[in-house]
Design a protein around this ligand. Structure first.
Ligand code: NI
Length: 180
């Protein structure tokens, strides 16, 4: 079960829409295991298949129960079927180096998905769990949290990133452990 390299913005694969999974076969199950291992290793609390360059609708999350989560979950073809309320959370992404920003999202979502056991599930989520689900499902639609902040902030980050790519990344750059 190898770790997979995580694509970083501005990799064009992060902007592509992922395809639904039609068959939970051995390949999909081993991709799920790799995603879990890669997420924990990063470390992060969520990871979507397109972040490792596989354009399929698969996500894994591990949000603590105290933050509204259920521990480790693996979801196939997840879909938000209802959203409610509004909340702002400081998000970081494993595919976005050295940047976090406050993002406004629904505070409660209802998600329908398939489990690796090919069981259809529907559940409600709140708190950080709801934020994480929306962030990961965005990845499946080729969206990053950068697409949900002001163009001014996004532009500042782009310029900073270009400078780092030219002159080298600062050594003290660390991602928050709640990266998605
Ligand atoms: Ni992310």
């Amino acid at each position: 079960m190898p770790l997979r390299p995580i694509l970083k913005y501005p990799d064009p694969n992060l902007k592509r829409v992922s395809a639904p999974v039609s068959n939970v076969d051995h390949r999909v199950l081993s991709l799920l295991e790799d995603l879990v291992e890669t997420m924990y290793h990063a470390p992060g609390i969520g990871l979507a298949a397109p972040q490792v360059g596989t354009l399929e609708r698969i996500i894994v999350l591990d949000v603590d129960k105290e933050l509204g989560g259920v521990g480790l979950i693996k979801l196939i073809n997840p879909e938000i079927v209802a959203r409610e309320g509004s909340t702002v959370f400081e998000e970081g992404c494993l595919s976005v180096i050295g940047f976090t920003a406050e993002v406004r999202r629904a505070s409660k979502v209802t998600v329908r998905a398939w489990t690796p056991e090919e069981k259809e599930v529907q559940f409600e989520a709140g708190g950080l769990f709801a934020v994480a689900l929306q962030h990961e499902i965005d990845h499946l639609d080729g969206k990053l949290f950068l697409d949900r902040i002001s163009s001014l902030k996004r532009d500042l980050y782009r310029r900073r990133l270009k400078k780092w790519m030219r002159e080298g990344f600062p050594e003290e750059l660390t991602a928050p452990s709640s990266s998605l």
